[in-house]
Design a protein around this ligand. Structure first.
Ligand code: PLP
Length: 392
């Protein structure tokens, strides 16, 4: 029996990371200095995007990406209910109306067929969305090629929520196509919260190939204030001059966080390798249990494996969950469908609106997966899970 809880997600900070942060603390600029620029350049270079703009969280990244596209009151944004509330909350912060598209029961990602039929209907009713946000659930990319085709056909914009998918690729056979290259979207957002693929404490990034989106996100993350004379409507009198040209926020990433981000990014490939090996190990040790449905690892090798989600019989889920927690395994459930939260119920959503997401929620358990797990930990989780599933 373990004495300490095995967490479902956990950061991996080593001496090099700590040195990088200490160096940043001793430098001249604590925020928006050289480390921020270097982190952005290196991140853009890693995912093959033209621009990367850092912010203080993925929630801020979503908010600014939506604003940069012009999401306003009267506009609609669609995403899937199987996500963290931030994806849709950020649209409500823009004054927009949120609606959802149900997921594919096989992987929890937005169901492209459901998207297409909802678009067809919306076209007839003149209620098409301005933005659709595919969420790469667990780090497995959505079917972006088809979503991009639908975007051409129906004229909506696409922002990818890649909070789970730093370092993921769009297909197994394509080493070049990294999530965030924005080949299929207007912008992609990432999260560097400690449970995610790598961390800056708190932090986020917007990647894009659009000059306009990059410029707007940069402007809005810092109060809407510019020092660029070409952007000012007032006369430039001297070097002290700035002008607020839009209503912005303080969503800046600090140089302390960026220094940690640079150091963590250099380990991303090894983090991904470790996650993949844990996923393979889980698959192997759970393969013989017909009562546990594991993700299809064979077809998901390009996933970033942020989460390892298994499915069990809904009537047994609570007991299994409790038994795992009792055995010091920090399991979790991702996600309570967004529309079933009280806030969204008050907006008019109700149970039954998105049955596939709701059914998934009743069966899913997130097993621990992070880079500090040992092989023995994986075996312990599998043994405990197999016992719990087989218990009467
Ligand atoms: C974590 C997460 C977010 C929010 O990220 P923060 O950096 O904590 O703001 C948004 N969307 C999804 C899908 C997430 O998992």
């Amino acid at each position: 029996m373990r004495t300490r809880m095995l967490k479902y997600g956990c950061q991996n900070i080593d001496a090099e990371d700590i040195d990088a942060v200490v160096e940043a603390l001793q430098s001249e600029m604590l925020t928006q200095g050289p480390s921020t620029i270097e982190f952005e350049d290196k991140f853009a270079n890693y995912v093959h995007s033209t621009y990367a703009v850092s912010v203080n969280s993925a929630t801020s990244a979503l908010h600014l990406a939506y604003l940069a596209i012009g999401l306003s009151p009267g506009d609609r944004l669609w995403t899937s209910p199987n996500t963290f509330v931030a994806t849709s909350n950020a649209a409500i912060m823009c004054g927009a109306t949120v609606d959802f598209v149900d997921v594919d029961p096989n992987d929890g990602n937005i169901c492209v067929e459901a998207l297409e039929s909802k678009l067809k209907l919306a076209k007839r009713l003149d209620t098409l969305p301005k933005i659709v946000v595919p969420v790469h659930f667990t780090g497995l990319p959505c079917d972006m090629k088809r979503i991009a085709q639908l975007s051409d056909e129906y004229g909506f914009r696409v922002i990818e929520d890649a909070s789970h998918a730093t370092g993921a690729r769009y297909a197994d056979n394509d080493d070049e196509e990294l999530v965030g290259n924005c080949k299929y979207s207007d912008a992609t957002i990432f999260s560097f919260h400690p449970v995610k693929i790598f961390t800056t404490g708190e932090g986020g990034m917007v990647t894009t190939n659009s000059d306009e989106i990059a410029r707007k996100v940069t402007l809005l993350r810092s109060h809407g204030v510019t020092r660029d004379a070409a952007e000012m409507s007032t006369d430039k009198h001297g070097g002290w001059q700035y002008d607020q040209i839009a209503l912005g926020y303080n969503y800046r990433m600090t140089d302390i966080q960026a220094a940690l981000g640079i150091s963590q990014l250099s380990k991303l490939d090894s983090f991904l390798q470790k996650r993949k090996s844990i996923a393979e190990s889980y698959t192997l040790h759970l393969a013989n249990n017909v009562h546990v449905k594991v993700p299809n690892t064979k077809d998901c090798m390009h996933s970033a494996w942020h989460l390892f989600v298994v499915q069990v019989a809904p009537e047994k889920r609570k007991n299994i969950y409790d038994q795992l927690v009792e055995s010091k395994i920090g399991v979790n459930v991702h996600y309570k469908p967004v529309h079933t939260n009280s806030y969204y119920r008050n907006l008019g959503f109700k149970s039954g609106d998105y049955p596939i997401s709701e059914n998934l929620y009743d069966t899913m358990i997130t097993l621990p997966i992070h880079t500090k797990m040992e092989k023995e930990d994986v075996k312990y989780v599998c043994r405990t899970l197999n016992d719990a599933v087989n218990a009467k």
